[in-house]
Design a protein around this ligand. Structure first.
Ligand code: FPP
Length: 258
């Protein structure tokens, strides 16, 4: 997330882009394959996570360049706490150092950061850095970057259901899908249009399981540290070819545009 090349406008807050036809408003990414990238080079797994941070930077640059409005990254799942303690602590250190380094770049490039998930499971220092980075970037409007950390889709649905049950019972919100969605942790964003998963697996792994209902799913064998600008562009080109029907027929859609 450092030095987003060519994205700044030389001062002031860059404006959000106008929606572009064929470009997803919201791209979500499962960044898989850091460990395999490292072990195939006889490096420790954590070296793959460091290179993964570089790939995060590239994904941010590519999103801004393409006019994507929301970029959501699955950085650490609720289940990742089960990894070896050394690997978990390296990942935590990477989050801390990235947050410390990137606040200025986010301001320059108009990137608003949000972190969603069970933040209370992080150590106080990381929680403070997250709070500060969110506050300092809150006025930025060019790209909404969300990092899902200590996040699980089932956790999200359960925490939303608990609050929804209280509020809808008292009549404070409608007892329907739209009413429920207000309590999901990404209620500030439209649902993802495109999910990218690197690393060759073809599954959702408890990522935004409610929000992914109509996402186009793009799976690639590229390992996350190798997922560069060209790979991002290929994913967007694939997306642009999809016909998004949302339950309608192809004929209905063609009639609507024609
Ligand atoms: C999955 O690869 C990757 C992770 C669990 C961590 C992702 C973290 C980063 C890319 C770095 C930090 C991110 C931010 C936003 C600062 P894996 O380890 O499961 O790979 P494998 O399947 O090859 O073992």
């Amino acid at each position: 997330m450092n030095g987003v090349a060519g994205a700044g406008n030389g001062g002031g807050d860059p404006q959000p882009p106008a929606p572009r036809p064929g470009i997803p408003r919201h791209v979500a990414i499962i960044m898989d394959g850091n460990g395999r990238w490292a072990t195939s080079r006889r490096l420790p797994r954590v070296a793959g996570h460091s290179r993964g941070v570089d790939a995060v930077r590239t994904a941010i640059e590519s999103s801004i360049a393409a006019g994507v409005e929301y970029l959501t990254l699955f950085a650490f799942s609720s289940e990742n706490w089960k990894r070896p303690p050394d690997e978990v602590s390296v990942l935590m250190r990477l989050f801390v150092s990235s947050l410390q380094r990137e606040v200025d770049n986010m301001r320059r490039n108009g990137v608003r950061l949000r972190v969603v998930g069970q933040i209370e499971t992080f150590e106080p220092r990381l929680r403070e850095l997250i709070a500060r980075a969110q506050e300092q970037s809150a006025g930025n409007t060019r790209l909404n970057l969300t990092v899902c950390a200590s996040y699980g889709g089932r956790w999200d649905i359960v925490q939303a259901a608990q609050r929804f049950a209280e509020q809808s019972a008292s009549g404070a919100c409608p007892a329907d899908e739209a009413g429920f969605e207000r309590y999901l942790s990404m209620s500030f964003a439209p649902d993802p249009d495109l999910l990218i998963r690197t690393g060759g697996e073809r599954r959702i792994s408890n990522f935004l399981i409610w929000q992914m209902a109509y996402a186009e799913l793009y799976f690639t064998d590229a390992l996350w540290p190798d997922f560069g600008r060209a790979e991002f562009t290929t994913a967007l080109e694939w997306y642009a070819q999809r016909e998004r029907r949302f339950g309608r027929t192809s004929e209905q859609l063609q009639r609507a545009v024609g």
